[in-house]
Design a protein around this ligand. Sequence first.
Ligand SMILES: Cc1ncc(COP(=O)(O)O)c(C=O)c1O
Length: 421
Amino acid sequence: MSSSEELHKRRLAVVAKGVGSVVSAYVDHAGGGTLTDVDGREWIDFASGIAVTNVGNAAPKVVEAVRAQVERFTHTCFMVAPYESYVAVCEQLIELTPGTFEKRAALFNSGAEAVENAVKIARHATGRPAVVVFDHAYHGRTNLTMALTAKNMPYKHRFGPFAPEVYRAPMSYPLRDGGLSGAEAARRAVDVIEKQVGGSNVAAVLIEPIQGEGGFVVPAPGFLPAIAAWAKANGAVFIADEIQTGFGRTGQWFASEHEGLEPDLITTAKGMGGGLPIAGVAGRAELMDAVHAGGLGGTYGGNPVACAAALAAIETMRELDLNTAAQRIGATLTAALADTGPGVAEVRGRGAMIAIELVIPGTIEPDPTRTAAVSKACHEAGLLTLTCGTYGNVLRFLPPLVISDEDLNRGIDILRRALLT
Ligand SMILES: Cc1ncc(COP(=O)(O)O)c(C=O)c1O
């Protein structure tokens, strides 16, 4: 087998530069809380392929279900000849997403595609054009979702023009908004929406309950319910983008549950498929069913192999009680990072979605240089971590929810050493 170095050389000759990688070690196999590269080096996984392998890599039930499905059939296109597993995944989405109202669901391939479809549904159902999103938001890399995403580099730079009728409101970001309460931050956002867009023009308010790429920003308590209440009062669809936060990541099936939210529509992807590409939109039947037959879909959406993987992943989450596991991982990480020095302005997040924001000590000035250095030190010591944040100064930790205590603690030791030396 080729070494990582050889593979990297081959890659440079054929793979477009625009596709980056966090590390240049090439994976040979992975499972539980670790990855092993082609040079035989083991990595502790605090990334989960960006919050995807919640049930672990190559989770036994997922492997078994995928194997059985590929032997039966690999693709028919649900829009051509339907099959049971698509219906079963929609049943699971309807059961697991918050809200006791009547729901419907539809399946897609990626998070961005789910978000695009949620916006399509909201616009169609309301007959309105405007979509409200927030500072620091990340919703994907397609044309509409680039417009919905806040950050220019690397996501939007020179890729415009972007889709119109997208309006950005200020987010509740407790560390950086002068300590506004949730209610105050919501009033500030609503003021912008009402003055700049007008409530009656808003098809949808789209928000991540905890922002992912934007820096694991947890809004002040009360912000999300107040925004949801405004949407309801103004006839706008409240969409929770739970692509990163969903399926046990935050210690509940969906992060909306932490504040008792019942979003009109929820977008899901990532953790849902146990590593296979699948995404969904689930929500109020009257919105979902407003769209004419044939208006939603795509060749591969809800592919049978991905559906089999999703059903097995969800079964694994239930059997292993991964919501509780996420809470335990979060408590361990939070406690271990509490005393990591004055440059750590905040340890935040929920469940196994924890981050630290690094600043110049004594200020809240972002410190992206140190963030990159700590990240590099972690990688050199065999811990796979990711950075994020509008200012590039947030280190985020997303271990698989099946990580062993031993691997979690080994990872924490590396991280603490990188922060404290
Ligand atoms: C909150 C959120 N929305 C949308 C997306 C886009 O998902 P995908 O990369 O599957 O298109 C992501 C991906 O990181 C995300 O975190």
